[in-house]
Design a binder for this molecule. Structure first.
Ligand SMILES: Nc1ncnc2c1ncn2[C@@H]1O[C@H](COP(=O)(O)OP(=O)(O)OP(=O)(O)O)[C@@H](O)[C@H]1O
Ligand SMILES: [Mg+2]
Length: 147
């Protein structure tokens, strides 16, 4: 469960990006944040992984205040897919997928094996594992991001 508890984000120039926002999102729910440009959606998401620290209020994941969690560990525990630009262009597809496992200490060989399984899950032919992101279509690159 992710909970936003009365979160506010204001900037030194007095811009209030988010004002007293509260929402509880149950586990295993799919939600969409919809709002006009500049209404604070990205700011809210960035508060979950501490890319933005709220000025007031707090964000909890399964009851734990993310403000008390090491930001690097927190970010490695959260999956996210960027629409574009999220892949490392100088690493192969399989090593892009294995990147977070490697950062979390898994050895190269099991991390690559797990990455190949993830490629199967998202419908990417294993033959593409040794290619670089620039050698894939846009949709294939997005699936690498999902994997
Ligand atoms: N460093 C900053 N200083 C001042 N204002 C900022 C800063 N960063 C963001 N903002 C403002 O915070 C508000 C919320 O921005 P945010 O990126 O959360 O909007 P959004 O809902 O994701 O918009 P969009 O749909 O355009 O992506 C905007 O008005 C933006 O101009
Ligand atoms: Mg945005």
């Amino acid at each position: 469960m992710i909970e936003f508890e009365h979160v506010t984000k204001s900037y030194p120039d007095q811009t209030v990006a988010v004002a007293d926002f509260s929402l509880a999102i149950d586990s295993h729910r799919t939600i969409a944040l919809v709002g006009s440009s500049g209404s604070g959606k990205t700011t809210l998401l960035r508060m979950v992984n501490r890319m933005v620290e709220p000025t007031a209020g707090r964000v909890l994941i399964d009851g734990t205040d993310v403000g008390n969690v090491d930001p690097v560990k927190l970010r490695r525990s959260i999956g996210y897919v960027l629409q574009q630009g999220g892949l490392m262009p100088h690493h192969t597809v399989v090593d892009n997928v294995a990147a977070v496992l490697r950062l979390n200490g898994m050895a190269k060989s099991p991390a690559r094996e797990r990455a190949l399984e993830m490629m199967d899950r998202v419908g990417l032919d294993r033959a593409m594992a040794k290619r670089y992101p620039g050698q894939l279509s846009g949709g294939q690159q997005q699936r690498v991001g999902v994997a």
